[in-house]
Write a protein that binds this ligand. Structure first.
Ligand code: SAM
Ligand code: SF4
Ligand code: SF4
Length: 349
């Protein structure tokens, strides 16, 4: 048997489980469908860099829907459990509902999407009809002044809330709401957000601000650590930790003792979870990345467009994953500070 592989039976026949060098299986695939966005969140696509002169990918460089579907099917042969469509802003990709319908047909794979919510009120019905299973919506504050300063395009909170409501109405609940917490920028929004989503049926997830890419000017001092967020919320509303739903779940879960539901914290900086990281990422132009903080990807588009058979592509993925040794968050430090990392909007958050 090939190193890194072990056979296990599944409903659709024999499936090969693929492990990397740290015995982590390939369970999640995040697919970036565009590197473009209508927001300019300062922690992700600062205007000074992603402004008027920035050159985004041209259409011919983007994977087509057929190419994405073909890759997703090949990946699913390794025991994939979840596909997340992301970007840039995935709802900007024309006819995204068509891609959702194509991917929703892959058996045994949960299909989710992460969006800034700006187009969700318009698109929720189409996405649900196309078969999307779940959705995550990013919202960094309920305070317009703070939120507008963060998205840097004056986009108001109310329109994201309308998007969330539209998603609820078409049955995409429970919705995960992502909030990146940045020191001195929106830390005062942590409690108002917790209160607002307490008892709502939605799951608020705080994300520690990360040093993805090289353009956001990240400093460790800008991170609001998970432990501080837990203390803040716990001081007002009694909470207790909850076991993860499955190996590799990114957020630590917390439950309100009064039955008001739960919230999560993605503590990628202060409590690295690389040991359980089962995520691969496909950039909008078809490169495979095995870590959010990678400096290089493996070009699958070239294979697709040079007439490679499925088995050849599958072999390439197998080779990349079985050599994977990424654990950036565990080794983050002065030696990693100067790495030329890919940007979040390109690799897909
Ligand atoms: N545009 C969509 C959105 O904002 O939801 C999808 C792509 S975005 C890159 C995915 C997620 O990454 C969002 O929840 C965003 O807040 C988060 N994100 C972006 N840059 C980040 C950073 N530097 N640190 C932590 N989270 C970040
Ligand atoms: Fe756009 Fe999402 Fe990045 Fe904000 S976090 S700039 S919405 S891709
Ligand atoms: Fe996974 Fe890389 Fe993040 Fe570690 S740093 S959890 S390996 S994406």
């Amino acid at each position: 048997m090939v190193p890194g592989l072990c056979a296990r039976p599944r409903a659709r026949g024999l499936e090969l489980e693929l492990n990397d060098t740290l015995k982590r299986p390939l369970r999640d695939l995040r697919i970036s469908v565009t590197d473009r966005c209508n927001f300019r969140c300062r922690y992700c696509m600062p205007k000074e860099v992603f402004g008027r002169d920035y050159v985004f990918l041209s259409k011919d460089l983007l994977l087509s829907f057929e190419e994405i579907l073909r890759l997703a099917r090949i990946f699913s042969g390794f025991g994939l459990k979840k596909i997340r469509l992301t970007g840039g802003e995935p709802l900007l990709r024309r006819d995204i509902e068509t891609l959702v319908a194509m991917l929703a047909g892959i058996p045994g794979v949960e299909l989710t999407l992460t969006t800034n919510g700006s187009l969700l009120a318009k698109k929720a019905v189409g996405l649900a009809q196309a078969g999307l299973h779940r959705i995550s919506v990013s919202l960094d504050s309920l305070d317009d002044k703070v939120f507008m300063a963060m998205n840097d395009v004056d986009f108001p909170v109310s329109r994201v809330l309308e998007g969330i409501q539209a998603a609820v109405e078409v049955g995409l609940s429970p919705i995960k709401v992502n909030m990146v917490a940045k020191r001195g920028v929106n830390e005062d929004s942590i409690l108002p957000m917790a209160r607002f989503f307490h008892g709502s049926g939605h799951i608020l997830r705080f994300i520690e601000y990360m040093d993805v890419g090289n353009t956001n000017g990240w400093r460790l001092d800008d991170v609001v650590p998970a432990a501080e967020i837990v203390r803040m919320i716990g001081a007002e509303m009694p909470i207790e930790p909850v076991e993860p739903n499955y190996r590799g779940e990114v957020a630590n879960r917390w439950r309100y003792l009064d039955g008001g539901g739960e919230f999560g914290i993605v503590a990628s900086v202060t409590q690295a979870f690389c040991a359980d990281c089962t995520r691969a990422r496909l950039s909008a132009d078809g490169s495979l990345f095995t870590c959010l903080f990678a400096t290089m990807g493996f070009d699958l588009r070239n294979l697709l467009r040079s007439g490679a058979a499925d088995e050849e592509i599958s072999q390439a993925i197998r080779s990349v994953w079985s050599h994977r040794a990424d654990r950036y968050s565990e080794i983050r430090g002065s030696e990693t500070a100067d790495l030329h990392k890919v940007e979040m909007s390109f690799i897909g958050g």
